[in-house]
Design a protein around this ligand. Structure first.
Ligand code: PEP
Ligand code: MN
Length: 337
């Protein structure tokens, strides 16, 4: 249920209604909007609660939340969530670009990547230190050493660092270095991991599982929100279909579809979505045309030498051209990057 507070409700009144909700055995998520505050009362529905809460003086009305994802739903929060970290701003009309190599490989590689993506206009640096690889024989990442190199790159460039965390045990370690925690596609339904990042005070970039339906994707986000972390970014990175010419199939309709259902920012990953570098610039521009809140793009100083995902990585020059192309599309739609 959504408990809509009266406009004049004070902080004390809001807290008192939240306590009342908790006493009923429900969880209370207070969502402060620009217009008024609502409290999402989440839990197994019993009889009479709606009536009791509607009767409270400071409550305007109580409405049921129809979607299975409660806190993520647009019904609960009608205004966009804006996620910020350093200069990265995603949502509410702000478009952020996260760029960098698939994996952190060396100090030279990550610093060179950071400098070139920053010069081209990216506001965050990506790079995996813990890599979920299909084969156990592939490069698994530099682990903590990689995290330290990312922090060095942030110190030099000011870019926010986005990096993946693969297990609940590593959340504390990764959060010490990262600005945004990435949950990889393979881990979208690792519920203990989702709950663990839900307890952290850093934004989370949640990638869609390649076989996940949109409701499953939103329910995965709900696991994070339910633990009290409101800063979740949804990332469409392509799904598995019968098509084998591209690595995955990148459904851009995900953007307007999600927009009608959730207030969370939506980012597109055209690199994993296609797996082919030449397809990345047009799909990045198309994602901007579809009104996404941000892009995450793989860029490597020398893609042919990359230890992971070289075939889909852009060179620095290709990335700069892609940014120009995206800016032109954004401008045509009255937005800016
Ligand atoms: C990555 O970002 O390098 C990655 C492994 O992505 P995904 O989880 O989408 O496959
Ligand atoms: Mn990758």
């Amino acid at each position: 249920m959504i408990v809509v507070m009266k406009k004049r409700a004070t902080e004390a009144m809001i807290q008192s209604v939240a306590s009342r909700i908790e006493q009923m055995g429900l969880k209370a998520h207070v969502i402060v909007g620009t217009e008024r505050t609502v409290i999402a009362a989440i839990g197994e529905k019993r009889n009479g609660e709606q009536q009791t809460l509607s009767g409270l003086d400071e409550v305007d009305k109580v409405v049921p939340i129809l979607a299975p994802y409660k806190v993520a739903s647009l019904e609960t929060k009608g205004e966009p969530t804006i996620v910020r970290s350093h200069d990265l701003v995603l949502g509410g009309g702000h478009v952020g670009v996260i760029a960098g190599p698939c994996s952190v490989e060396s100090e030279e590689q990550i610093l060179e990547s950071a400098r070139c993506v920053k010069a081209a206009g990216a506001t965050a640096l990506r790079g995996g230190a813990f890599k979920p690889r299909t084969s156990p024989y592939s490069f698994q990442g530099l682990k903590e050493e990689g995290l330290k190199l990312l922090a060095t790159a942030r110190d030099e460039t000011g870019l926010a660092v986005v990096t993946e965390v693969m297990t609940p045990e590593h959340v504390e370690l990764v959060a010490r270095y990262a600005d945004v925690l990435q949950i990889g596609a393979r881990n979208m339904q690792n519920y203990h991991l989702l709950q663990a990042v839900g307890e952290v005070d850093k934004p989370v970039l949640l990638k869609r599982g390649p076989s996940a339906e949109i409701d499953e994707f939103l329910l995965a986000a709900e696991y994070i929100l339910d633990q009290g972390n409101p800063n979740v970014v949804l990332c469409e990175r392509g799904i598995r279909t019968f098509e084998t010419h591209t690595r995955f199939t990148l459904p851009l309709a995900t953007v307007p579809y999600l927009r009608e259902r959730t207030h969370l920012p939506i980012v597109i990953d055209p690199s994993h979505g296609t797996g082919i570098a030449s397809l990345v610039p047009p799909m990045a521009a198309a994602a901007i045309a579809a009104d996404c809140d941000g892009l995450i793009i793989e860029v490597h100083p020398n893609p042919s030498e990359a230890l992971s995902d070289g075939a889909q990585s852009l060179t620095p020059d290709q990335f700069a051209d892609t940014m120009d192309r995206c800016r032109a599309v954004a401008r045509a739609l009255g937005r800016s990057i």
